[in-house]
Design a protein around this ligand. Structure first.
Ligand code: T3D
Length: 260
């Protein structure tokens, strides 16, 4: 069974984590297949990515059955795993110059939770939950968790989530500002696809620049951010989609964006 399913429809590349019997936990093979899927996402005909999971979970993070901690087993250097798999994945999701929607269909735990948070727009099923499970096994939140959590929910809530490792319901996650929104379980697939399709027919170049501006703002002063906005707006203003957007506004018609 393929650990990652990929399909392309109307500009949306749907990528499904597909190890449902393991709650879609990551092993090296799944990382490799996900890298291939994200290679496909670079193609110009892909204008949005929709990431989701098969079965009852979104992703339970690292597959712990791959980690031999039996007495006498060699120490495990987790920096190798982060450096070769998780960190490049998070960077790739953030740097992809097109929107990535994450449909969290069930539990998102450990790296699974933070990979969801690395996506641009997170929509979760009402029964889903987010678990910073790391502290339960003596680890720290990785895959960007220590970056995203305090920025999204503030340091008090980030610390509580990281230290206690308790499940945060999708409704609380939305109320806390961790995710974009929560929808009924039965509506998740349709609503997430609708949002991804809307984005896939939008001004892709502009979306890529929005991602860059918001991501850079985390480390910038106001002065630096204003300069960045000036520079990125220059690029946006030179896009075909800007001209189309303004022309459509003036003509009181719907714009037809080509993503250029
Ligand atoms: O190692 C490195 O490379 C470093 C990088 C680390 C990144 C990380 O993600 S570290 C964190 C790893 N993940 C976890 O610690 C999560 C462990 N799982 C859980 O806390 C819970 O299973 C869940 C909160 C995800 C779901 O709870 P629940 O009650 O819905 O299900 P369950 O009964 O606990 O699990 C169902 C099955 O999935 C169960 O197997 P079984 O007993 O039916 O055969 C369970 O062992 C298995 N499972 C769940 N998570 C994992 C897993 N198997 C392997 N790895 C998992 N992460």
């Amino acid at each position: 069974m393929a650990s990652i399913l990929v399909s392309l429809e109307t500009g949306v590349l749907t990528v499904t984590l597909n190890r449902p019997d393991k709650l879609n936990a990551f092993n090296p093979e799944m990382h490799a297949r996900l890298r291939e899927a994200l290679d496909q996402a670079e193609a110009p005909e892909v204008r949005a990515v929709l990431l989701t999971g098969a079965g009852r979970a979104f992703c339970a993070g690292q597959d712990l059955s791959e980690r031999d901690v039996s007495p006498g087993a060699a120490p495990i250097d987790l920096a190798v795993s982060l450096g070769s798999n998780y960190n490049p994945l998070v960077r790739r999701l953030r740097e992809l110059p097109k929107p990535v929607v994450c449909a969290v269909n069930g539990t998102a735990a450990g790296a699974g939770a933070n990979i969801a948070l690395a996506c641009d727009l997170v929509i979760a099923a009402r029964s889903a939950s987010f678990v910073q499970a790391f502290s339960k096994i003596g680890l720290i939140p990785d895959s960007g968790g220590t970056f995203f959590l305090p920025r999204l929910v503030g340091s008090a809530r980030a610390m509580g989530l990281a230290l206690l490792g308790e499940k945060l319901s999708a409704e609380d996650a939305a109320a806390w500002g961790l995710i974009w929104k929560v929808v009924d379980d039965a509506a998740l697939a349709v609503q997430a696809k609708e949002i991804a399709t809307q984005l896939a027919t939008g001004p892709t170049t502009g979306y890529g620049l929005i991602k860059k501006a918001l991501s850079m703002s985390a480390g910038n002063s106001l002065d630096a951010q204003l300069d960045l906005e000036r520079d990125l707006q220059r690029k946006a203003g030179l896009s075909e989609d800007y001209r189309e957007g303004v022309a459509a506004f003036k003509a009181k018609r719907k714009p037809v964006f080509k993503g250029k």
